[in-house]
Design a protein around this ligand. Sequence first.
Ligand code: XMP
Length: 319
Amino acid sequence: DWTMAAFREQAIAAIRHQVGDGRVICGLSGGVDSSVAAVLLHEAIGEQLTCIFVDHGLLRQGEAEQVVEVFRHHYNIPLVARDASELFLGKLEGVEDPEEKRKIIGNTFIDVFDEEAAKVGGADFLAQGTLYPDVIESVSFTGGPSVTIKSHHNVGGLPERMQMRLVEPLRELFKDEVRVLGRELGLPESLVGRHPFPGPGLAIRIPGPVSREKADILRKADAIYLDEIAKAGLYDAIWQAFAVLLPVRTVGVMGDARSYDFVCALRAVTSTDGMTAESYPFDHGFLAGAATRIINEVRGVNRVVYDVTSKPPGTIEWE
Ligand code: XMP
């Protein structure tokens, strides 16, 4: 794509101009935006960049491993990967309120990031994968969970606290353009085409208190669901698809015994910007197949339901 090739050259020149010989820290989330920003920065300033990846223990299956594989091993980008799952899960113990979960995760994220940044000697700049819609939304949006997106996902609060200047090389781009740029930079399709994932991760897909046990159950169910979607060739037709682990147990039969396990809800939506969304109209055979696999392969789940709510009145996430 020639426009993106040109953008890439311009962006690299602009980063070099802004940063000079300063040091830059970039927070990686495993998502498309921060990944593309990091690779672009690395092209521009090489070893002046250090990436920090905080694993809060609430990521999807295989996500943490993929971040390390792609950035440290494939691109050779200096990467600090901190497994802080004990800390996050400890702080979330017994917390039920969705906004409270977001606050705890956001604050803990900043603390850990701060700590890791200090360990590598700090930096002059903080790089973020802020997109054009984020720039607009942060001035015009006045309610709902998306407000927290800005404070967590784009690590708001950090620049002030760490007295770093911001580098935001994707500020002029929309999501689809970032994906084109990511491909231009050679990022793997599995990362570039990935569905959006909320900063607080699985914590807001486990209504009620979060535990490691529940996160593990959900991760398995979610991975099977996404695998079925990929096998059916539907991944790219869907904006976001995920499983939710409900705080409800129901009775079932397993062989000749009675089971009493959790309910898992499946969600899939189409959308162009996440602001409105429609439930994806899977055929019944697909859903029945996914449900059977989840119940057979995931211990702790004995019932699966599908969410047909659109947004509005529902939201995409359950919390
Ligand atoms: P809702 O659930 O509000 O979600 O329809 C709209 C989009 O935003 C994502 N989302 C979040 N992303 N931190 C994030 O980084 C959050 O707290 C958060 N809450 C929702 C959601 O996954 C969807 O893409």
